[in-house]
Each structure stands twice: as C-alpha cells, then as structure tokens.
Design a protein around this ligand. Structure first.
Ligand SMILES: [Zn+2]
Ligand SMILES: [Zn+2]
Length: 304
C-alpha cells in the first residue's frame, strides 16, 4: 500500500538500548530495542532493526505490498535482532532496499544481516526471505537522494562505528542520532551538523550525567551519551523538538518519568521516546501550501 504523499511522520516501535527488557517496570515506555518508522513524502523509511522491527512488521502485514527503505546505523545486536523476525521480508510481493555503512572490519550490511541468521544461530538463512531485498553500502558522509528526500549521514563516536542520519524533505528535517558518546571537551561537530536546526532531534541519552561520570562505575568509553548532553546539542544546534532515546534497560518507567521532567525544565519542547509515540511534522488535513514546521504530537495505539 502506498504511503500518503503529504506527510512527515515519525513513529517509534522500539526505544530501548542494549537489550530488550519487557516487564511490568518498563511497560509504559516499552522494552523493545531501536526501530523507527518514518513516512516521508510518499516513502516509507525504517531506521534500525531492533526487536521493535518485529512489531512494526506485524502492523505492516495488513498493508501489503510493502515497499520500504531500511537504514541501519550499525549492527550491534540491539539494532538488528528484529530483522530475522520481520515477517514482511518473508513475503514475495514486498520490496526492501537496505542501506548501511561498511564496518571497520570490511563487512557489508548484507554480510552482517546474513551472518546473524547463519546456522546454528538461527533456524533459517536470510536467503529464505521471499521479498525482494536489495543491499546498498553507504559511504560515510555521502548523502543519498530518494526522489525528493535527501538523507545525510555522519560518523558517530561509538565502539565499532555507527552513523547518524538526517532526513530532509520539503524544508522539514529530522535527525536520528543513536548510538553515540559525546566528547569531554567539545560538542561533536558531526552531531551538530546532523542536528542543525532540525525540527526533531532523536538522541542517544542512555545515561544521566551522574551515571556517566560516577566514580564507582563510570560509563566513559561505553559509546553512549546523556540527557544533559542532549540538551546542550539541542540548544547549540537550535533544534525545535528534542526526543530522548535509547533508554538504559535498568531505567524503569518511574525513573524515565523523572528524567523527562528534568529534560523538560531545561528544554521545554522535549519528549521521552516510547513505543507507540508518533510525531507528525505536518498536522493532519493540512494542505501542501503549509510549510511552517508545526510540531504536533499525536499518541497512537499499536495494534500488534
Ligand atoms: Zn544501541
Ligand atoms: Zn551500539
């Protein structure tokens, strides 16, 4: 099914970092690992394939045939584990174009998605997937254009490398920056570049500053950032809306509520990412002529 033309919608299917953590303590924000869907100007984009991708897949089954672009930031488990369980990839009529940078060891995105499904790690190989799958190696720092959607990427500071993305369409923009660690002495110029005046910045704030700089169990060098850094970036880059993302599995709903309040004190136009959250950059029923970046937030229910 085709995607509505005049929209820029960001939908969160998995917001948790590192490992899925379902349970009574995480039920409101969700326990699935990273997966975002963006429906932009008639195209469907899927960012990362954490366990949230399985849930997105279930919802797409009622909208087939699906034609989508899938972009991976990197292939740590939490960003690819949903891929073997992505039901639409097993259906012949669907088409997925899959993008990712080459890893420092030379492995392409195709090799890495293939490898995680090899026997005896998974019962069926990637070749069983019946949809049309095409793989593309992204050059770090080189933009791609899909019709009138421009997708920029830049290298992030993360063990084994990751890239962040910025999606631009008709004057609207969203930056997806997960997983990354800030520098001690300066703001990361790649992050600032991707986030520049974005309508929405989705940022890796796995930790609080207290946890990150803790003398007993510092998280320095673990490849993730903090909400305090997210606020600094959002202000410096003049971002309109900040979304706190890649929540630590140890942070329960109550803890994340408190983080959300603290972030909002420093940066009022902010949100904590949670499963089912949908952000529409163009309000529904607005005509083509509306170019003002009004950020309305609509909550939706996930049916799967
Ligand atoms: Zn991650
Ligand atoms: Zn990672």
């Amino acid at each position: 099914m085709s995607v509505k033309q005049n929209q820029f919608t960001i939908q969160f299917w998995g917001v948790r970092g590192s490992i899925a953590c379902p349970g009574t303590e995480t039920v409101r924000y969700g326990g699935n690992t990273p997966c975002l869907e963006m429906r932009v100007g008639g195209h469907r984009f899927i960012f990362d394939g954490g366990t949230g991708l399985r849930v997105l897949g279930q919802s797409l089954l009622s909208q087939m045939p699906i034609d989508a672009h899938m972009l991976f930031t990197h292939t740590h488990w939490d960003h690819i584990q949903g891929f073997p369980f992505f039901a639409p990839a097993f259906v012949k009529s669907n088409r997925f174009r899959i993008y990712g940078p080459i890893a420092p060891n030379g492995a392409t995105i195709q090799q890495r998605l293939n490898d995680q499904m090899l026997n005896p790690n998974f019962p069926v190989p990637l070749q069983i997937m019946g949809a049309e799958l095409k793989f593309f190696d992204l050059e770090i720092g080189k933009s791609i254009e899909i019709d009138d959607v421009l997708i920029e990427n830049a290298l992030l500071n993360h063990p084994g490398e990751a890239v962040g993305y910025r999606i631009n369409w008709q004057g609207y923009s969203a930056a997806y920056i997960s997983d990354t660690e800030h520098f001690p002495d300066r703001l990361d110029e790649n992050v600032l570049f991707l986030a520049r005046q974005a309508d929405v910045l989705i940022y890796d704030a796995t930790y609080t500053d207290e946890e990150y700089y803790s003398e007993k169990s510092s998280k320095i060098g673990w490849g993730h950032s903090t909400w305090q850094e997210a606020v600094k970036i959002a202000k410096a880059a003049q971002v309109k809306k900040l979304v706190i993302f890649h929540h630590d599995p140890l942070h329960n709903d109550e803890f994340l509520d408190k983080v959300g309040e603290q972030v909002a004190e420093k940066f009022p136009n902010s949100l904590m990412a949670r499963e089912g959250l949908s952000i529409q950059l163009i309000p529904p029923n607005n005509g083509q002529e509306n170019n003002s970046a009004v950020n309305t937030v609509k909550e939706i229910k996930i049916s799967a």
